[in-house]
Design a protein around this ligand. Structure first.
Ligand code: F6R
Length: 261
């Protein structure tokens, strides 16, 4: 796992945008896994800024897969992850809606929604680069503590802490749906490159457990330690709990420039 500690969000966003654009230039029909929530927004704004400036690669053939989706929201709700990713990223990038996929939360199809989503990812050839955030309780996508490290896309119940954390996207914690569909940890581990971004002191404890703690279901994000190509980018506040922070900084400072992320 590569851990990169940077002083500000803008540098993190630029580096992640570079990695996404490098991939899309190498592979114009790349498959991108995208996260929602607040953390990836600077990355999305940077990608959109570059497109508006006319310096971005062509996204016409790129396919997008969201990590997760709320269950029980009215169809077309602005808080749904499908609408969020369209609003923040894929519409501004000019991506055709048919290239943007998410788990299907419609009530009639919930029983096999996970299997259908797994099949869609498989049919696309698997995810090349998966963007990730981390919950303050260590969740990865919406795999809450206790989730199997081998889990696949399925319905899950959010913890009270996650519903409180996400209340800012709704009127109150009570309005945050209790159920979600989420890629499993086993699903996420099959993506070819995992890129997790964490910013702010509220993530420091979960991040330290994920990166330096034991691998286990109690901290689902610790599953990253099992992946052969995982990159973790964080600001100083999110890095505050890391014992080896000085070493990560030294590694980054002396990293050969040809290596990339
Ligand atoms: C979102 C997701 C979640 C978030 C996490 C952090 O698709 O899967 O795991 O990444 O809850 O959310 P923010 O970035 O809002 O702190």
């Amino acid at each position: 796992m590569e851990v990169v500690v940077l002083p500000d969000t803008a540098r993190i966003a630029a580096l992640v945008a570079d990695a996404v654009e490098d991939l899309v230039r190498r592979r114009p029909d790349a498959v991108l896994g995208v996260a929602t929530g607040s953390t990836p927004l600077p990355v999305y704004r940077e990608l959109v800024r570059r497109r508006d400036a006319g310096v971005a690669p062509d996204y016409d053939a790129v396919r997008f897969f969201t990590l997760d989706e709320y269950v029980g929201l009215p169809a077309g709700s602005e808080a749904s992850y499908r609408c969020t990713i369209a609003r923040e990223l894929t519409d501004p990038l000019g991506v055709d809606a048919s290239h943007v996929h998410g788990p299907d939360p419609s009530p009639d199809g919930l029983a096999d929604a996970g299997e259908r989503y797994e099949a869609a990812i498989r049919d696309a050839g698997g995810i090349d680069l998966q963007l990730l955030g981390i919950g303050s309780d260590g969740h990865l996508a919406f795999n809450e503590p206790g989730s199997s490290l081998a889990s696949r896309t399925r319905i899950k119940t959010l913890t009270e802490q996650t519903r409180r954390d996400n209340a800012r996207f709704f009127g109150s914690a009570q309005e945050v749906p209790r159920h979600v569909l989420t890629q499993g940890l086993g699903t996420i581990l099959e993506a070819r490159h995992l890129v997790l971004v964490a910013t702010g002191g509220a993530k420091a404890a979960a991040l330290a457990a994920a990166v330096e703690g034991p691998v286990g279901a109690s901290c689902p994000a610790s599953a990253l330690q099992l992946h052969p190509h995982a990159t973790v980018l964080l600001d100083d506040a999110a890095a505050a709990g890391l014992e080896r922070a000085a070493h990560y900084r030294e590694v980054w400072e002396h990293k050969p420039t040809w290596q990339g992320l």
